[in-house]
Write a protein that binds this ligand. Structure first.
Ligand code: ZN
Length: 433
């Protein structure tokens, strides 16, 4: 069998990427189950398969984040072994280094990092725009706005400025000035070569005014149209490459009417899938997904960008999310926070110094079947990279398996029982996140 890493589907010398290599195949709908219809019938949860040039993704699926084309102390081989189906990298970071030309010359993101499977890149919009204001990710439209905008972090310099055409920002690496726009983001993402890309959108926060949110979704819609046009042009121009799918991103913060309007706008364009993005209020995260699914054709896969907590994952799966990326398992793991079925704990607590037991009893991951809490605690305290490796492997396995189990529960017709039982155990000790 030929490796998809070397010979991705739908790539032929001298020809544009074959779009038919990317499609979503729906299996079981939650609403097909005997008591499937939830509140207002808005239950979009489902299982399926996203077919991509570099392989299939069984959904719902967890997408680990390899920000700079690396999992920080865990090799792609280990990610494969723990069951990860796909990885997401960040277009902005790869643009900063090593530069998209290096990835293009290497044969694309997957080949560059020796990952034999599907990959995603986000558009860079989030990173570029979150340079705006230090910690609160707020933006200024122009200098006048900047002067009267009091939500910038104290002592922070605003580094990103939005205009109709795109965003100007100062590089956090070296302070030089750069531009990002729909066309620039598409050019970078095409060269990076992930199977699934996102359109360049404007990130807003829950603190922005309603008027600003309205202007922002209209601007994001105009950028989305430009992304689709540039994506088609690049697909035709870059011959011999596998087809890269493009997802449109729906913004609109916590306003139902804006989310619905943005979803209808994105649904009207020729995207391959949809990204549910931006600031979402936790309390209405499931409803937000459902509002968007109301407008989306069923054959387009739905990705929820940057999700964090176990309860959020259940809410989003139930309301139509197919894939979910999150940096938390790796980032928290490096700080010693360990996810288990009974909530999160910190392995660096004193009682683990002599705990010659696994991070989680019964876990099938490489860490838990070979190492002890005492050893992981020691490595993390000594700042040995092995501690990062071991904690990350366990935490990533936790989320990969959670989504695998959710998928089985939807196919098996016991999603609600599984959800209630899992949530009861996970939050029984007051775990946050
Ligand atoms: Zn484990």
């Amino acid at each position: 069998m030929t490796s998809l890493l070397e010979h991705p589907r739908g790539a032929e010398p001298g020809k544009p990427g074959d779009r038919s290599a990317f499609y979503f195949e729906q299996h079981t709908r939650l609403s097909d189950s005997p008591n499937g219809l939830g509140k207002n019938g808005a239950r979009y949860g489902r299982t399926g398969v996203i077919h991509t040039p570099h392989g299939d993704i069984q959904t719902p699926a967890f997408v680990p984040v390899a920000t700079q084309a690396a999992m920080k102390a865990v090799l792609p081989e280990s990610m494969k072994q723990l069951g990860a189906q796909c990885l997401l990298s960040n277009a902005f970071h790869l643009f900063e280094r090593p530069g998209e030309d290096v990835l293009d010359a290497a044969g694309g993101l997957a080949k560059f990092m020796n990952w034999d499977g599907p990959t995603f890149t986000d558009s860079g919009g989030f990173q570029v725009l979150s340079l705006g204001a230090g910690f609160k990710k707020t933006l200024a439209m122009d200098v006048t706005g900047l002067k009267s905008d009091d939500v910038i972090a104290d002592g922070k310099e605003r580094r990103a400025f939005v205009d109709e055409d795109g965003v100007t920002f100062k590089s956090p690496l070296n302070g030089s000035l750069h531009r990002f726009s729909a066309e620039i983001s598409m050019g970078i993402q095409h060269k990076i070569g992930a199977d699934i890309m996102f359109s360049f959108d404007e990130l807003t926060t829950l603190m922005n005014t309603r008027q600003y949110q309205e202007e922002s979704i209209e601007r994001t819609f105009r950028w989305a149209k430009r992304c689709v046009a540039e994506h088609k042009r690049l697909t035709e121009e870059r011959l011999g490459k596998p087809y890269q799918a493009l997802y449109g991103v729906v913004q609109g913060a916590n306003y139902e009417d804006l989310r619905r309007r943005a979803a209808a706008q994105i649904a009207s364009l020729d995207f391959d899938g949809v990204g549910i993005g931006g600031a979402i209020e936790k309390r209405i995260i499931g409803e937000t997904c459902a509002w968007i699914c109301d407008a989306m054709p069923e054959n387009r896969p739905r990705h929820v960008l940057g999700i964090a907590a176990v309860d959020d994952i259940f809410a989003c799966v139930e309301n139509g999310g197919d894939t979910f990326d999150c940096v938390a398992p790796a980032r928290c793991g490096r700080n010693g926070a360990i996810y288990t079925r009974h909530g999160r704990y910190n392995v660096k607590r004193a009682e683990n110094k002599f705990a010659f037991t696994p991070l989680e009893e019964g876990c099938d991951c490489y860490t838990c079947t070979h190492y002890t809490r005492a050893y992981v605690d020691h490595c993390l305290r000594a700042r040995e990279f092995d501690g990062f490796t071991l904690a990350t492997i366990h935490n990533e396995r936790f989320f990969v398996k959670l989504l695998d189990d959710i998928r089985a529960s939807i196919d098996g017709g016991y999603f609600e029982e599984f959800r209630d039982e899992t949530m009861a155990h996970y939050y029984e000790n007051g775990s946050r996140g």
